[in-house]
Design a protein around this ligand. Structure first.
Ligand code: UDP
Length: 226
């Protein structure tokens, strides 16, 4: 949290416009679907994900306090699951895990029954959303959901990755982490109307360059731990 305060203090001093990379995690395990910006969320304050979720929620609070108190120009984006080339092979996220496992013909680790959903946005689309947001009028502080509304179960994601890699890696079930959100899909009505932005890259289109990236990485011998 000190980071956010330092950066807000710096932006105030130099009169800069400041961007907060917030997250769909502010919605927690959401009770309404899809999630619009006015939904306050459903977050466990003391669970294993809470440090991240509550940290991001608190950062949003500080941004809006600085805006109210000092008239600062803030831009808050709530970023939904994003993927693409240059992800770290060991960061533990589902897209990188599944692709690396498929390319190595190692078991694909489905947590829980794999029916939980996520909506995956290709990185180029997200960056374009950032640019539109930063160039929007100062009265648009956000928060603005940025993500791809295309929603998939983890079983569907695994199937798409097996198909695109031509892998015969088996699926294995592992325990579902505590407080893992059951479903997640952005309502991007605000981004559509206020920024004229919407993602263009479908999951299958975006997975292809992502798979090619990991394939080249693994061929160079940067073997991941999992
Ligand atoms: N997940 C999975 N296998 C993995 C990694 C993740 O089934 O090897 C699941 C995880 O339980 C969650 C979803 O994939 O339901 C997305 O996980 P990730 O960590 O990528 O993103 P987040 O949960 O933060 O949205």
């Amino acid at each position: 949290m000190h980071g956010a305060i330092n950066m807000l203090g710096l932006a105030k001093r130099v009169k800069a416009k400041i961007f907060q990379a917030s997250t769909s995690e502010v919605y927690g395990d959401p009770a309404i679907h899809p999630q619009p910006e006015h939904y306050w969320g459903h977050v466990n304050p003391i669970g294993i994900r809470s440090c991240y979720d509550e940290g991001k929620r608190c950062a949003e609070t500080l941004f809006f306090d600085y805006r109210r108190q000092h008239g600062m120009r803030i831009k808050v984006a709530r970023i939904f699951n994003t993927y693409g080339p240059r992800m770290h092979p060991n960061d533990g996220r589902v897209v990188s895990n599944f692709i690396v496992q498929a390319l190595q013909n190692k078991p694909i680790t489905l947590y829980g029954d794999g029916t939980q959903t996520r909506s995956f946005c290709y990185v180029d689309d997200l960056i374009e959303g950032f640019i539109w947001l930063m160039n929007s009028p100062d009265d648009l502080a956000g928060p603005v959901n940025l993500g791809n509304p295309g929603e998939f179960t983890m079983i569907e994601l695994a199937a798409a990755i097996r198909d695109l890699t031509g892998s015969s890696a088996p699926l294995v079930h592992e325990p579902l982490p505590q407080d893992d959100p059951k479903q997640r899909q952005p309502d991007i009505g605000l981004a559509r109307s206020a920024l004229s932005w919407e993602p263009k890259v479908t999951l299958r289109e975006g997975l292809q360059p992502t798979i090619a990236y990991f394939d080249a990485l693994l061929r160079r011998g940067q073997s991941p731990r999992r």
